[in-house]
Design a protein around this ligand. Structure first.
Ligand code: TMP
Length: 231
């Protein structure tokens, strides 16, 4: 079957007019694809974790592009028009936020912090403020407000879901798409797109292990899957 699009971690295949088949790869990239590698089994973990989280969100009223799991590495999703923004919600200082402000990682933020990046690999996904996103017509006021509400609601639901599994959701990235008049949560929800710290040990259980050349990358992904599935 002909590919519609191949990204860094996923391949998209058309499934009729209205749907797509998403294939999750084991390839991993970091720092805007300057670092490349393989995390064996990652595609299976990310497909299954994403499916479980999309189901959880749907069960709590967040509309997503998820339709069903097709295989260990594939899911069926609605075809949406992706809004070219990466929506990041942070609960603690970490990653690029720590670097930007010269802070050590770990400090809890007084309030959850919502940030936007423009989805543009050539520019390295630069941070964009709400006014610029409005001025450029990337979103209108109503869509922006919807995206923000959905992100905060998703954050609350995911924080609770992971807390019950001994993991703290430190930050995450979402992408949204338009289908008809609706805004749907799209892309994936996985250890590639969120920071998860073990509540007991503080161990990083996400892609930071790969980014920072820490040992046990595969094992961390498998452990996240185990906890997500076993509840
Ligand atoms: P950051 O601290 O590197 O900006 O990342 C914030 C969150 O967004 C973190 O959970 C990882 C996720 N993320 C992605 O999913 N894709 C990306 O390209 C980047 C830079 C971050």
């Amino acid at each position: 079957m002909e590919k519609l699009y191949e990204g860094k971690a996923k391949v998209l295949y058309p499934e009729g007019e209205e749907a797509l088949r998403v294939y999750f790869k084991d390839e991993a990239t970091a720092y805007n694809a300057q670092k490349r590698g393989l995390i064996p089994g990652k595609g299976v973990v990310n497909n299954k974790v994403s499916a479980a989280l999309f189901r959880h969100l749907e069960a709590h009223g967040v509309r997503t592009h998820f339709l069903k799991e097709l295989s260990d590495r594939e899911m069926l999703v609605w075809r949406v028009e992706i809004i070219p923004l990466e929506v990041i919600l942070r609960y603690r200082v970490a990653g690029s936020f720590a670097k930007r402000y010269g802070l050590p990682e770990g400090q809890a933020l007084k309030t959850p912090l919502l940030e936007f990046s423009l989805k543009n690999d050539a520019l390295g996904d630069p941070l964009i403020c709400e006014n610029a996103a409005l001025a450029l017509g990337i979103v209108d006021e109503e869509t922006l407000s919807r995206v923000k509400d959905l992100t905060l609601r998703t954050g609350d639901l995911l924080r609770g879901f992971f807390a019950a599994r001994g993991l703290e959701l430190v930050d995450f990235k979402l992408e949204f798409g338009r289908k008809g008049g609706q805004v749907l949560l799209a892309d994936e929800l996985s250890p590639d797109t969120m920071r998860l710290w073990d509540v007991q040990t503080g161990e990083r259980m996400d892609k930071d292990r790969f980014r920072r050349d820490l040992p046990g990358v595969e094992a961390a992904y498998q452990e996240v899957l185990r906890r997500v599935l076993e509840g």
